[in-house]
Design a protein around this ligand. Structure first.
Ligand code: DUC
Ligand code: ZN
Ligand code: ZN
Length: 473
């Protein structure tokens, strides 16, 4: 190797795990890329001894919300700086949040605004999904195809939430644009009318505490919308990805569709493995604390949790994301918008989880619920593939970005909000003990976290990634 070929970094004795392989080697990094994998590599400018640690590709969080513009009076606690800081401290080196169109607004303008929010703030690399809330003829014919060509190849549509939801006909039109332009549509599947009917009934009866959020959004509401979205995908003949699947009823619909040969992909999130409806409050509980766990779809019961764990290993789910939605609890712009006596339907939806996503799932590896390869597949490889970032992200291979996380598979950590790096004032996982923790995290060869300590890299070092076409197989 000549001086010109010298290595910026060598990670020695790495126990490398990808979605498909496991091998022991040294990893050589130059200019932010993995340039060689081998034994006895020459001395690098910097050396890291990975003995006793696992070397995994950095996590790709394919669904998180950072500094997303909110309705009047509401504010997300994390921006691109605090959100990406927390992500990397939890082993994630790429995030894909959402540039959200407002009804009546332009999609292109939403993307430009979102770039301004990310620039100078992100510490790890990021791509954008779009949220299509107003598919006007101009959006469908011009804006959306132009944005897909520019590297925004996935977009979310909502079947609920008044300010976001699309009609069935609009859904079909958006799916058709995805088909024509080779993009991937992510679907939030809950039946809006059922939810508003149930909500009005509950609120009318004075049943307003946070736990009624779950009762207003039962599994049937998610099941019906999941089935309907599948039907739309079949009619248009296009793949879709159902996001944040909460339990067995929606899983049954997805399995049924997959069994018919339809390309229906699915995502789940930590809240459906670790939280239940009781975390939003027990029967007779008139307190407000349960608002911390209000998210949509809501957490269900232990039987549903078990079904979600099973579906992580039998191929139903392709991706495991955080759906990090950072609202402070003790904040009139967060969960306490409107005070603690407000009915459940005014509580901002979502739970924080960008830093705890990987440790919570890794704990499942430690408990024998899924393999290390499945862990990498769900948290890094497949999200990189389906969102068009592979092979730059999602694997450890020559030519890939040196986004590498060195995990201590036996370190036990009790989750405590005061030790997390987001700007949210709580975690729903407070006090849970997990086995396995990301101790050293590298983004494009730069060490951002060393022995669990955040090294305060320059804000804005994170780069925007233009996504390629979705790779679904
Ligand atoms: N539900 C969503 O659809 N998005 C953000 C958080 C949530 O709970
Ligand atoms: Zn959603
Ligand atoms: Zn979301």
């Amino acid at each position: 190797m000549s001086a010109n070929d010298s290595l910026d970094l060598v990670i020695r004795n790495a126990d490398v795990v990808t979605a498909s392989d496991r091998f022991r080697c040294d990893i050589g990094v130059r200019d932010g890329k993995i340039v060689t994998l081998g034994h006895g590599l020459p001395q690098g400018v910097r050396e890291i001894d990975a003995h006793g640690l696992l070397a995994l590709p950095g996590g790709v969080d394919g669904h998180c919300h950072l500094d997303q513009p909110m309705p009047e009076g509401m504010r997300m606690a994390d921006d691109f700086f605090t959100g990406t800081r927390a992500a990397v401290c939890g082993g994630t080196t790429t995030v894909i949040p959402f540039a959200a169109q407002e009804k009546g607004g332009s999609l292109k303008a939403a993307v430009a605004d979102y770039h301004r929010r990310a620039e100078g703030r992100a510490v790890i690399d990021y791509a954008f999904h779009l949220i299509v809330a107003d598919p006007t003829p101009a959006v469908l014919a011009d804006e959306l195809p132009a944005l897909i060509r520019k590297g925004y190849t996935s977009f979310k549509v909502y079947m609920t939430y008044d300010d976001l939801k699309l009609s069935d006909r609009e859904m079909l039109s958006v799916l058709d644009v995805a088909r024509e332009n080779n993009a991937l549509v992510m679907v939030h599947a809950e039946n809006a009318d059922c939810i508003s009917w149930l909500t009005d009934k509950l609120v009318g009866e004075g049943r307003i505490a946070p736990r009624f959020h779950g009762i207003a959004r039962p599994a049937a509401v998610e099941r019906e919308a999941t089935h309907r979205a599948i039907t739309f995908a079949e009619l248009v003949d296009v793949p879709i990805l159902i996001v944040h699947v909460s339990g067995k009823e929606a899983i049954e619909q997805i399995r049924w569709a997959q069994g018919r040969g339809l390309q229906i992909l699915a995502e789940t999130c930590p809240q459906y493995l670790y939280l239940t409806a009781e975390d939003m409050g027990l029967e007779g509980d008139h307190g407000y604390e349960g608002a911390k766990c209000v998210c949509s779809p809501p957490p269900r019961d232990p039987e549903n949790q078990a079904a979600v764990w099973r579906a992580l290993t039998n191929g139903v789910f392709s991706v495991f994301s955080s759906d990090h939605a950072p609202f402070n609890y003790d904040d009139p712009q967060g969960k306490k918008l409107g005070g603690t006596a407000q009915p459940f339907d005014h509580i901002p939806n979502g739970v924080p989880g960008i830093e705890t996503r990987l440790p919570l799932l890794f704990d499942g590896v430690a408990r024998g619920k899924l393999s290390l390869h499945q862990f990498v597949e769900l948290t890094s490889y497949r999200p990189a593939k389906v969102y068009g970032l592979y092979p730059r992200k999602g694997t450890i291979a020559v030519g890939a970005d040196a986004d590498i996380v060195l995990w201590d598979p036996s370190r036990k950590v009790r989750i405590a909000n005061e030790a997390l790096h987001h700007a949210v004032d709580y975690t729903p996982y407070e006090g849970m003990e997990v086995t396995g923790w990301p101790v050293h995290c590298l983004s494009r060869g730069e060490l951002l976290v060393e022995d669990g300590k955040y090294l305060e890299p320059e804000a804005g070092r994170g780069r925007f990634l233009e996504a390629g076409a979705p790779e679904l197989s």
